[in-house]
Design a protein around this ligand. Structure first.
Ligand code: WQD
Length: 347
């Protein structure tokens, strides 16, 4: 066991929960803080079933500085923080920007204040490929210039990165990794944890809910873009690969290899896949024909974005292990498990 604890904020969320599994499997000790406004204890139950051990969660609103500080007073052996806790719906952020700025920025500021006051030197910040906007070049590199954010959500990630940089500037001994996720999809192979989205906005839960009959059909938002088949291009990456990148980021920071105080890493597969190609992969893997129609474009969608992931491969020793078929297999297995649980609950 590696000495000290890792504090995972948003540990009851989709990526937080999967990351806790990978951290524990790699010898870290972990505590979670999640106010359960978006995360759920069902995620924690699944994590505990996979690991065969309990994970403590502090049900704390991180926008409250005193309650946040209390966690660090109670746990003086925190040696690293992975900060996932944030609202992340692009559409919701357009409709309610102030709740996004209040929640996503205030919680980050409180966490960094505690890292400063309690000398926690290793910090990983959950950022997003949405900071690139309609990128000027493809595949996007960490040095690709950022475009104006397309939504308040994306702006909170751009501002979050600036806050991390300003915090670390001039501080010796602190190391911060900014991890820019592309499109995290899929679920842990056990199907004990996965993405819980009642009213999904994202493509993959929309596909699996349509395929299982929760929805009668779904829309492909436009097939008249300048791409291979007219539908948008994204970089889909399995959530367990995203999780492992966090473990490797911490190992990198704790080994003191972080020559700069702040480093940015793209977390994507490096492969651009269109919406229609992803649907075909799902149909092939599930054996189900998906009921979809071509609808109008969705406001705010970028035409294409996918990652150059060489920096994370070289510096973190990270490499994605799951391919597109496994992303679809695990997402489908998770949706089927959800249906089974609902049927058991009803019986
Ligand atoms: C993917 C593609 C849609 C639903 C998300 C998050 C963002 C960031 C990256 C974390 C688009 C199309 C979707 C549907 C469709 N993640 N689509 N029909 O927009 O790339 O961004 O991942 O930081 O926060 O929002 O993901 O899954 O919503 O869309 O055709 O019913 O699928 O138009 O081209 P997106 P998405």
């Amino acid at each position: 066991m590696i000495p000290g604890k890792i504090l995972v904020t948003g540990g009851c969320g989709y990526i937080g929960g999967h990351t806790i599994v990978d951290l524990i499997n790699n010898g870290f000790d972990v505590i979670s803080v999640d106010d359960l406004s978006r995360g759920s204890l069902r995620m924690l139950d699944g994590v505990e079933q996979i690991l065969g051990r309990e994970i403590k969660n502090y049900k704390v609103d991180l926008t409250n500085p005193d309650d946040t500080q209390a966690i660090f007073i109670e746990n003086p052996d925190i040696v690293g923080i992975i900060h996932f806790a944030a609202y992340k719906s692009v559409g919701e952020s357009v409709g309610d920007p102030l709740s996004y700025y209040r929640n996503n920025i205030n919680s980050l500021v409180n966490i960094l204040q505690c890292a400063n006051d309690y000398q926690v030197p290793n910090i990983v910040f959950s950022s997003s490929c949405s900071v690139y906007g309609n990128a000027a070049e493809l595949p996007v590199k960490e040095t690709t210039p950022l475009q104006p954010a397309e939504s308040p959500y994306a702006y909170t990630k751009q501002v979050g990165e600036v806050i991390c940089r300003d915090f670390a500037r001039g501080k010796s001994g602190f190391g911060i990794s900014l991890l820019r996720y592309f499109n995290p999809v899929g679920a842990h192979p056990s199907a004990l944890i996965g993405e819980l989205q009642d009213k999904p906005e994202n493509l993959v839960p929309m596909i699996t809910q349509t395929a299982i009959g929760k929805r009668s059909s779904m829309n492909v938002f436009g097939n008249d873009y300048d791409t291979r088949d007219g539908s948008c291009v994204r970089d889909y990456i399995h959530v367990m690969d995203i999780a492992n990148a966090h473990t490797k980021s911490l190992q990198y920071l704790m080994a003191g290899k972080n020559r700069e105080s702040v480093e940015v890493f793209n977390l994507g597969s490096g492969e651009g896949v269109t919406v229609l190609e992803l649907i075909s992969a799902f149909e092939r893997v599930s054996g189900r024909k998906l009921n979809f129609q071509i609808g109008p474009r969705r406001a705010g969608d970028v035409v294409a974005v996918y990652a150059d992931n060489q920096k994370a491969r070289k510096q973190l020793g990270w490499s994605p292990a799951y391919g597109l078929d496994q992303m679809m297999e695990t997402a489908w297995k998770w949706e089927q498990k959800l249906q089974l649980d609902e049927q058991m609950h009803l019986n």
